[in-house]
Design a binder for this molecule. Structure first.
Ligand SMILES: Cc1cc2nc3c(=O)[nH]c(=O)nc-3n(C[C@H](O)[C@H](O)[C@H](O)COP(=O)(O)OP(=O)(O)OC[C@H]3O[C@@H](n4cnc5c(N)ncnc54)[C@H](O)[C@@H]3O)c2cc1C
Length: 291
């Protein structure tokens, strides 16, 4: 049986408390949220923290709300809450698409959006969703808080811009008119990580795509944006031909690795097909709102 190395444990009573513990202990301390990525890594001894700081009592980090021209999601918000949110289903349906296929109910009941983004697994789904939506994240530390775009957030496989004594506290998603979004995923079996997945968002005004975001999961060493395909879409009218061209570009630009989920050629093929399908559904949703 695999067991983690011995580890100290404390429950943070406040955000300040958690930051102060992180700062006091240095690199040996780790935040634990849902534990669904960290505990398996500890069991395999791929992570050997000396101290776990549990943030599950920090109810102030659990919310989904519309504020001004943004949707704000607290870092401790669970997958199940994202899945069941009527606000997200109405304004950002890509979340429900993705959550319907993330893991299984026990994982969704505990796993959090903050943990998902901070784990920075290239195959993880919410990072691609938030990238497509051009989200920013709020990071708090001893020096105060900073707001970071997701483009700067992923600095490498399993590595983010969150510093040693910092905590991700919030995800902010801009709300813009004419938006439509969708997520497409192929998995080996129900509840598994993606072989490949694509999240797409488009913003349409008067029948023209004014902006687009395409986030790719399991198609590179970390979450990627298909930026050339996004450029192609801007100032164009939505059409099957355009979506197919964007799919071809995403397929050429991604850099998947061969692994037990499939070879590179298959993943590239999926990148093209899933990009086309996600754009088709995102555009249909945007156009439905326009009429
Ligand atoms: C069987 C199984 C299947 C899964 N399938 C999928 C899937 O299909 N798609 C998918 O996307 N995911 C999947 N997951 C991952 C799941 O979504 C996890 O819940 C998620 O990756 C991590 O969230 P967590 O809250 O459990 O994080 P934890 O395991 O608690 O933490 C993960 C990492 O993030 C850090 N961390 C956590 N919260 C913060 C914070 N607020 N600030 C700073 N650092 C923080 C921790 O220190 C740790 O390094 C699966 C997991 C399992 C076990």
């Amino acid at each position: 049986m695999q067991t983690p190395a011995p580890v100290e444990y404390e429950r943070a009573a406040s955000l300040e408390d958690a930051i102060s513990s992180l700062q006091g202990r240095g690199p040996g301390a780790r935040i634990i949220a849902g534990g669904h990525s960290l505990i398996p890594m500890m069991k395999l001894r791929l992570a050997t923290p000396e101290l776990l700081i549990d943030i599950n009592d920090l109810a102030e980090l659990s919310y989904i709300r519309e504020q001004g021209d943004e949707i704000r999601i607290g870092a401790l918000t669970r997958h199940v809450e994202l899945l069941q949110s009527d606000l997200l289903a109405e304004r950002l349906p890509v979340f429900r698409d993705a959550e319907e296929l993330i893991a299984d109910p026990p994982v969704r009941n505990r796993g959090t959006i903050g943990g998902s983004l901070c784990q920075a697994d290239a195959a993880e789904d919410l990072s691609a969703v938030c990238s497509a939506l051009k989200a920013t994240v709020v990071i708090r530390g001893p020096e105060g808080q900073r707001v970071v775009g997701l483009d700067e957030f992923y600095v490498g496989p399993f590595m983010t811009a969150v510093g040693e004594a910092e905590i991700l506290t919030e995800v902010r998603i801009p709300l813009r008119p004419g938006a439509g979004s969708a997520h497409e995923k192929v998995e080996r079996r129900a509840g598994d990580f993606a072989i490949a997945a694509v999240a797409a968002a488009v913003w349409i005004d008067g029948g023209t795509i004014v902006d687009a975001g395409i986030g790719l999961s399991a198609l590179g060493p970390t979450t990627m944006r298909a930026t050339h395909a996004e450029e192609l879409l801007r100032a164009s009218s939505p059409s099957e031909e355009l979506f197919a061209q964007a799919g071809t570009m995403a397929s050429e630009d991604c850099s998947p690795l061969a692994d037990s989920r499939g070879p590179v050629d298959y993943k590239r093929h999926l990148a093209g097909v899933l990009t086309k399908r996600a754009l088709r559904r995102a555009s249909a949703r945007a156009l439905k709102q326009e009429t």
